[in-house]
Design a binder for this molecule. Structure first.
Ligand code: FEO
Length: 397
């Protein structure tokens, strides 16, 4: 994709990753983007680079504007390899006067690339730097997403380059939020938040307060992934506020894996009970549902209900996968329950309960087990469990 001038003399020069389908465990079914920004000023400055295999896309875009050798500064807002994969090659080509990053950025750059002789310029939160006509102010945003993250704010342009925050994994030919379908955009933003930032929600709350208290005037937010926000800034800020406060809806997910469809029958009956209480319910069979889509639907669901057949004194592998992944993301403010069919030992429900307890999910029920194939009475108990969970959702919202 060609460069786009997002503000006067500020150019998007990043790369579109149309073909990526797995981003360390996250299903990027519509690809991703790695945004880099080139500021043409007295000090020509490049903010972030891209993945190693997209280096030529980045350099091709830069060359349409300026000879890369004329770049003076490279700002590293984040060391993760999706933004630094080609940094070593770019530094060799550009020979920058400064590589600007926070202290944790320098440490992590050294641990990644082992280049003691790079011209690091360590900056602190609140520090300003003149590029000529433009001034950049840095704001450290530790753990959003790594200890080395920071924002760069272009004061005169009121442009916040926000690194991983407010991003979406979505490959598009459009660059701005008002050029795409808003509902689809917010769905990608929610999936990104749920799978990348949910774990750091308490820090997101602090960050939103810091940005508000700083009084920065912002009329464009340019994340390092996906669309740039210029029309719907309030919408994405409000969404981050809701998501990081774990605000939930009258909504539940029933997630299962099943050997011979008995656990599936139970899950559907539980869902019937939820629906009879007017709870919006997603039934998610792990044979056809990716872990990252489960987490996305979990984001604003009040109840998480998981079911697995017992297999070899354990749970089915896809259930272990999704519970391990979700536990790491630390969802907050949830209620839930476990269910499953078994033949003789029947440990599945107990194991799922263990995961739910570790996630601090409040258990509505000790768990529902059925031996082999559920009969009508068993399914009635499943419906009643769904109804009890439905009532509990309404009580707690
Ligand atoms: Fe887009 Fe944490 O990297």
């Amino acid at each position: 994709m060609p460069p786009v001038e997002v503000k006067e003399n500020v150019f998007w020069v990043g790369a579109i990753d149309w073909n990526i389908r797995d981003f360390h465990g996250y299903s990027t079914y519509k690809g991703s983007t790695y945004n880099s920004f080139l500021v043409m000023d007295d000090k020509i400055t490049l903010f972030d680079t891209v993945k190693n295999y997209l280096k030529s896309d980045l350099l091709h875009n830069i060359r349409k504007i300026v000879d890369p050798a004329k770049i003076d500064y490279i700002v590293v807002n984040h060391v993760e390899m999706d933004h630094t994969g080609c940094l070593s090659d770019v530094v060799d080509l550009v020979k920058p006067e400064k590589i600007i990053c926070p202290a944790m950025g320098k440490k992590n750059l050294l641990d990644h690339f082992h280049k003691e002789d790079w011209p690091y310029e360590v900056v602190k939160s609140g520090q300003k730097m003149s590029l000529g006509k433009k001034t950049v102010q840095f704001l450290e945003t530790r753990m959003l997403h790594w200890p080395d993250n920071m924002f760069s704010y272009l004061q005169e342009d009121k442009l916040l380059i926000s690194s991983d925050a407010f991003g979406q994994h979505w490959a598009t030919s459009e660059r701005f939020d008002d050029e795409v379908d808003f509902g689809e955009l917010m769905q990608h933003a929610a999936k990104y938040y749920a799978n990348i930032l949910l774990l750091y929600s308490p820090l997101v709350q602090k960050l939103l307060k810091t940005v508000k208290d700083s009084g920065l005037e912002i009329d464009m937010v340019a994340p390092d992934h996906g669309l740039i926000w210029r029309k719907n800034i309030d919408s994405i800020i409000d969404a981050y506020d809701r998501w990081s406060r774990y605000e939930a809806k009258k909504k539940a997910i029933v997630v299962y894996d099943t050997m011979w469809h008995s656990t599936e029958m139970m899950g559907k009956a539980i869902a019937d009970g939820l629906v009879s209480e007017a709870i919006s319910t997603n039934i998610m069979d792990l044979k056809v549902t990716h872990r990252s889509d489960v987490v996305t639907e979990a984001l604003d669901s009040k109840a998480l209900i998981f079911g697995s057949s017992t297999l070899n004194n354990g749970i089915l592998p896809k259930m272990a996968d999704v519970l391990t992944y979700l536990k790491g993301l630390k969802p907050g403010n949830k209620i839930g329950a476990a269910f499953g069919s078994y033949g003789w030992s029947g440990e599945g429900v107990k194991i799922i309960n263990g995961y739910l307890e570790q996630m601090k999910v409040e258990l509505v029920d000790p768990g529902l087990r059925v031996k082999f194939i559920p009969d009508h009475d068993n399914l009635k108990k499943c419906v009643e469990l769904g109804q009890r969970i439905g009532k509990a959702i309404k009580e707690k919202l």
